[in-house]
Design a protein. Sequence first.
Length: 237
Amino acid sequence: MATVLDLVTEALVTVKALAVGETAQADMTTDALNKFNEVLEALSIQNLAVYSTMQTTFPLVAGTASYTIGPTGAVVAQRPPFLDTAFVSYQGVDFPVEVHTEQEYALLALKSQPGIPQWLIYDPAYPNGVMVLWPVPDQAATLTIYQNTVFTAAATLLDTFDMPPGYRRMIRLMLAWELATDYPGMTGPEMNKLQADTASAIALVKRNNKKPVLLRSEVAALDCSGGGDYSNWRNGA
């Protein structure tokens, strides 16, 4: 199985900092390891670049709408870069919770309304994110959120690299692109090819990670009466 050192070495060969078979010096690998972790960090905040999700379930307190989540939050868990799916469980029944924006929440006239939460508003503050629920929970329940699994930084060059097909090439090329300015041995055309290959590798992985999108329609807002009035979608009349 490959190690982080294998990818670092391959990236250094790609930018012509090393010849095939050469061993990188300690200062080269230390710098490359830092950039490797920066690449993982950048991928973690790109929705389609992440290949796995995780569930976090925690109790809701009656009368409490706001919950922090992160390493020192009320919910001690991985801080989500973003959220898009959640549900509330009460007396054995799961109720879907939709993720809405802060702008939509601001338009609510009665933010203190009690009930079973239907909305979740997420602020990805740092180091702990903030989740606000509406209506405000009026009874004990649990909330389950789904979030992308953030990539774990490599502690050493000997850490194992084990990801799905396509990731090794993508990360090697991304790392090579980050290293290219440190080792100016590539020609203009070679840099252009590296840029194109990197973009292609990223697109391939993201295309493979795409999930079907559930479209919702507010039927109540549509005129299905068959009457004479209608809206022209071309000009809005």
